[in-house]
Design a protein around this ligand. Structure first.
Ligand code: FE
Length: 171
């Protein structure tokens, strides 16, 4: 292949059914309103709400110690810790700043942030759903890409960004 060929962009249109690519320049947003509150001192920041395949990518930010949630994963989760640390009561490892975590399908675990942690921020790609359960596995509630989307829309309306602000994250 000649150098000219090598630098030649793909000559054909993308498939018409393919969704548009998505680039989020400020993953940690400059505008505080982009963070969607979940409960006092817990927020998420959407990056991708993939309604066509039933998963989402977001940052989770926590500025309090204690139990965040006990949940079951019907499908796997990928996590990358950007700041601080957290752990699960069911495991002896700690997810520290810089860690990658793979949570396997079928796992039920209890997310905690310890008192010495001022703030934790983690990028999660969550497939399917988070099913919130009691210590015996009894279902208390759930989140999926659609409940996340609804929370974003309501929050962005309330803070003046407009419900349409969330559209940029939907694929
Ligand atoms: Fe989990």
């Amino acid at each position: 292949m000649s150098d000219a060929e090598k630098w030649q962009p793909y000559r054909h249109p993308q498939p018409p059914e393919a969704a548009a690519e998505l680039v989020v320049p400020d993953v940690v947003p400059k505008d505080e309103r982009v963070w969607v509150p979940v409960e006092p001192n817990v927020w998420f920041r959407p990056l991708l709400l993939c309604v066509s395949r039933g998963y989402w990518c977001n940052l989770l930010r926590v500025r309090r110690a204690g139990v965040l949630s006990r949940h079951r994963h019907p499908q796997p989760v990928h996590g990358y810790v950007l700041k601080g640390e957290w752990r699960y009561l069911e495991h002896d490892w700690v997810a520290r700043e810089g860690s990658y975590v793979y949570e396997t399908a079928g796992e039920t675990h209890t997310l905690v942030v310890d008192p010495h942690v001022e703030e934790m921020v983690t990028l999660f790609q969550v497939n399917g759903a988070m099913i919130y359960v009691d210590p015996d596995g009894k279902v208390m509630g759930y989140d999926d890409v659609f409940t996340r989307l609804a929370k974003c829309r309501a929050h962005y309306e309330a803070v003046g960004l407009g419900g349409g602000f969330v559209e940029q994250f939907i694929r």
